[in-house]
Design a protein around this ligand. Structure first.
Ligand code: HEM
Ligand SMILES: *[C@@H]1O[C@H](CO)[C@@H](O)[C@H](O)[C@H]1NC(C)=O
Ligand SMILES: *[C@@H]1O[C@H](CO)[C@@H](O)[C@H](O)[C@H]1NC(C)=O
Ligand SMILES: *[C@@H]1O[C@H](CO)[C@@H](O)[C@H](O)[C@H]1NC(C)=O
Ligand SMILES: *[C@@H]1O[C@H](CO)[C@@H](O)[C@H](O)[C@H]1NC(C)=O
Ligand SMILES: CC(=O)N[C@H]1CO[C@H](CO)[C@@H](O)[C@@H]1O
Length: 375
């Protein structure tokens, strides 16, 4: 007994030394053979993998079940700016560490929330290309993590979804702009705004009327407070759909109520927790066009940014890039960012990028022309 406790403490201390030594930006040079071997056993260079097939059963079902209980975070686990992925990790639909492969994310958002397959591919591979580790095929849903393994050389990021400016952006519902505060943790002040608006226009629930007003208020705040506020492609696209995700995915599949209970919403947003007995929706959805249209039409919006001073919001004439379709512009933007992060990739890295670019193209293939930056 005594011996085994001693041994555990020693093992923990060793694990700690290893954790400190292996920041993903460090090279492995200088480590002992044992340390390098230990690290290599935990993260492998696997490169790009084919996208998983769609799930077969898309019926309504219990997802906060005995096999997926909520568990509190332990010290080495992390969560990030996305309440959906956070909840999936805290219920074990994704690895509880918060580090996952893109394939695991695609499958988990379908299993846990019945997100439609093509939407799952689009969002996941967009994020993975710019925030994931393309060599080890792992991404943190939060901040930089040694669990994703040694990163490709800069300017590649591989630093997880908390990374500002590539996917994560300004004017989020419940998270601060990166320039103004913590860009990925739940913010009580901002959540109180959601409550106030939902009480005023949603009858005490977060319905599309509330979503529309919260979206507008957060937009106005960023214009007035954030000199570098950026609200063009891709943020112009993601910022709207994220406001309807809670209505589409966090309302129990058995409910016919068009608004989300605010305590349930808080538990998802603050604690990464599904309500007891939570059932996913009964039909796959990408984020409901009707509700999205309502939010976008409720106020006048143009894609644009502040020019370095507050209240200088100006239209971005380049928001469509070389495209004429907004979805294809979004696609082009993420391909462009990938090119900026990987100016001249070679070998395994180049293959991995190309495989993931192919996966990213699948959901837009009926509308857009594929771009091949690394032929
Ligand atoms: C398919 C893979 C997904 C990825 C890679 C992803 C990633 C992200 C990221 C990076 C953000 C931060 C954007 C920002 O506000 O700056 C975000 C926000 C958000 N995501 Fe996800 N997400 C995914 C799926 C989902 C799902 C399935 C749900 C709902 C069940 C969801 C709900 C939300 C919501 C509500 C926000 C807005 C949070 C806020 O503004 O405070 N996401 N997501
Ligand atoms: C939370 O949001 C408020 C309002 O924007 C801001 O003043 C505050 O600094 C934020 N807190 C953190 C920790 O970012
Ligand atoms: C949201 O809820 C409020 C209060 O019940 C209601 O007046 C409003 O019409 C709802 N919004 C929509 C678009 O249905
Ligand atoms: C930014 O916009 C403001 C107001 O539109 C303008 O007064 C200012 O000169 C602009 N600054 C720069 C750096 O372009
Ligand atoms: C992508 O990059 C190309 C070439 O630099 C540029 O012309 C285009 O406007 C960019 N597209 C977007 C959406 O930013
Ligand atoms: C790039 C950026 O601004 N990211 C920030 C997100 O918030 C965390 C926590 O405050 C900062 O450490 C990051 O620098």
């Amino acid at each position: 007994m005594f011996l085994s406790v001693q041994f555990t403490i020693l093992a923990l201390q060793l694990a700690n030394v290893l954790a400190v030594a292996l920041n993903p930006y460090d090279s492995l040079a200088g480590l002992t053979r044992d340390e390098v071997d230990a690290f290599a056993r935990t993260v492998k260079v696997v490169g790009g993998q084919p996208a998983p097939a769609p799930i077969a059963d898309t019926s309504m079902k219990l997802v906060n079940d005995a096999a997926h209980p909520w568990m509190p975070l332990t010290a080495d686990q992390q969560r990030g700016p996305c309440p959906g992925l956070n909840a999936l990790a805290s219920h074990g639909w994704l690895p509880r560490s918060g580090v996952a492969t893109p394939g695991e994310i695609v499958t988990a958002v379908q299993n846990g929330f019945n997100m439609e397959y093509n939407r799952a591919l689009l969002v996941t591979y967009a994020a993975f290309l710019v925030n994931g580790n393309l060599l080890t095929n792992l991404m943190s849903i939060g901040g930089i993590s040694r669990l994703t393994g040694p990163a490709p050389p800069a300017p590649a990021l591989a630093s997880g979804l908390n990374t500002h400016g590539t996917f994560e952006g300004d004017a989020s519902l419940s998270r601060s702009d990166a320039a103004l505060g913590d860009n990925h943790s739940f913010n009580e002040t901002l959540f109180q705004q959601i409550i106030d608006i939902s009480n005023k226009v949603g009858g005490g629930r977060y319905n599309v009327s509330a979503a529309a007003e919260v979206r507008f208020q957060r937009f106005q705040q960023s214009v007035a407070e954030n000199p570098g506020f950026f609200f063009s492609t891709p943020r112009f696209n993601t910022a709207f759909i994220e406001t309807v995700f809670p209505i589409v995915f966090f309302i129990d599949g058995r409910s016919t109520d068009p608004g989300l209970d605010l305590d349930v919403m808080r538990d998802f947003f603050q604690n990464s927790r599904m309500p007891p007995d939570f059932h996913r929706r009964g039909t796959p959805s990408g984020g409901s066009d009707e509700e999205l249209d309502f939010v976008m039409a409720a106020h006048d919006y143009v894609p644009g940014f502040n020019n370095g001073t507050v209240n200088s919001f100006t239209f971005d004439p380049n928001f469509m890039g070389t495209q004429t379709d907004t979805l294809c512009a979004l696609y082009e933007k993420f391909v462009n960012t990938t090119m900026e992060l990987y100016p001249s990739p070679q070998g395994d890295l180049r293959d991995a990028i190309n495989t993931n670019l192919d996966n990213f193209f699948i959901p837009v293939s009926t509308r857009c022309t594929q771009i091949f930056p690394f032929p």
